[in-house]
Design a protein around this ligand. Structure first.
Ligand SMILES: CC[C@H](C)[C@H](NC(=O)C[C@H](O)[C@H](CC1CCCCC1)NC(=O)CCNC(=O)[C@H](Cc1ccccc1)NC(=O)N1CCC(N)CC1)C(=O)NCc1cnc(C)nc1N
Length: 330
């Protein structure tokens, strides 16, 4: 079997939302597919009313296939300090033509203010490794883990785009979605992330810098977070770029367009090139002359995060069979 659905960007590509069908009859929620976590949780009829502002709610009592996992709970917190918690049901979940009949659907009873204020985001669908799932007393499988045995190929692909809808596909690799070759690299799943190592980077037309960059491919992170040495080398090339402590990040003049940034993939010279305009993440003020940088430092995290700013420049294969990542230009 195969499946897939569109991934529609919110403002500034801060996140991408994908329609997911839950229950019988189907209830369609727009979820943030997140390779950096492994819980499928949704706003629901059980979410405290004061914490709901416009989100679509999953109501298990309206689904003939919902079954409550009595005594099961979940609680999660994310890198940006947001959090949510609740109870657990099993129900039918589909992404396009791909259906998992007994998927753990974690219903939120409480969500932090960041989720409340994100009115288009009805929850998250985690595609990290199972070790990250927070359900107690027994961890639950991700949608991908449940679907994998039935998939034509044990893969899903991320084809995010700048400012326009892209796609997540399951079970196949669309040869029309990328150019050139897909370069596969090994993944370290010991921390539950799609963790890989880039051999280095290049700035604009500059020479390639060989430096090991270990990091995760994370569709749930908006920016590209890299070691401070790389970040200061990049912004050092841009007059007027500086670290702005009030913004807690590097800012740069929105014009002229900043230099491209390329990161290496594999050991035979392949690279993914981010057009400089991707580094103009969003204007910081009303004048539109200063932009917040799409590349920021990873200090305090312990690894780099190849988030949406990087992923939208590539076609990425997440191979659950061989536990590898495939990177291609497009
Ligand atoms: C089982 C936990 C699981 C593995 C968890 N995984 C993650 O945090 C990574 C995961 O991909 C999450 C998924 C997010 C969570 C918030 C909602 C959107 C999805 N990613 C992050 O937290 C990365 C940092 N956040 C971001 O990148 C958010 C994402 C977002 C998008 C839209 C709206 C709101 C938030 N972006 C922003 O806040 N932006 C606003 C500011 C702008 N300058 C950039 C964009 C973890 O590591 N948690 C441990 C943890 C807990 N607490 C903390 C403080 N740090 C932690 N690392």
């Amino acid at each position: 079997s195969t499946g897939g659905a569109v991934a529609t960007p919110e403002d500034h590509d801060v996140e991408y939302l994908t329609p997911v069908s839950i229950g019988t009859p189907e209830q369609i929620l727009n979820l943030d597919i997140d390779t950096g976590s492994s819980d499928l949780w949704v706003f629901s009829s059980e979410t405290s009313r004061s914490e709901v502002k416009g989100q679509t709610l999953y109501d298990p009592s309206n689904s003939s296939t919902a079954q409550k996992l009595e005594g099961y709970t979940w609680s999660i917190s994310y890198g940006d300090g947001s959090s949510s918690a609740g109870e657990v049901y099993l129900d039918t979940v589909s992404i396009g033509a791909l259906t998992v009949s007994s998927q753990a659907v974690e219903v939120a009873q409480k969500v932090s203010s960041e989720f409340t204020s994100d009115s288009n985001n009805d929850g998250l669908l985690g595609l990290g490794f199972g070790s990250l799932n927070t359900v107690q007393p027994n961890a639950q499988k991700t949608f991908f883990d449940n679907a994998m045995p039935a998939l034509d190929s044990p893969v899903f692909t991320a084809d995010l785009k700048a400012g326009i809808p892209g796609r997540y596909n399951f079970g196949y690799i669309d040869p029309n979605a990328y150019t050139g070759n897909i370069t596969y690299v090994s993944v370290d799943d010991s921390q539950g992330f799609w963790d890989w190592t880039s051999p280095g980077y290049a700035i604009g037309s500059g020479s390639f810098e060989n430096t090991t960059i270990k990091g995760i491919a994370d569709t749930g992170t908006s920016l590209l977070l890299l070691p401070s040495s790389v970040v200061s080398a990049y912004y050092g090339k841009i007059s007027g770029a500086k670290y702005d402590s009030t913004q807690a990040g590097y800012v740069l003049p929105c014009s002229p367009t900043p230099p491209d940034f390329a990161f290496g993939v594999g050991d035979d010279g392949a690279a993914i090139v981010l057009p400089g305009k991707y580094i103009n993440y969003a204007p910081t003020g009303s004048s539109g002359t200063t932009c917040f940088g799409g590349i920021q430092g990873d200090s305090g995290i312990g690894f780099a995060i190849f988030g949406d700013v990087a992923l939208k420049a590539a076609f990425v294969v997440f191979d659950g069979g061989s536990k590898t990542l495939g990177w291609a230009s497009k």
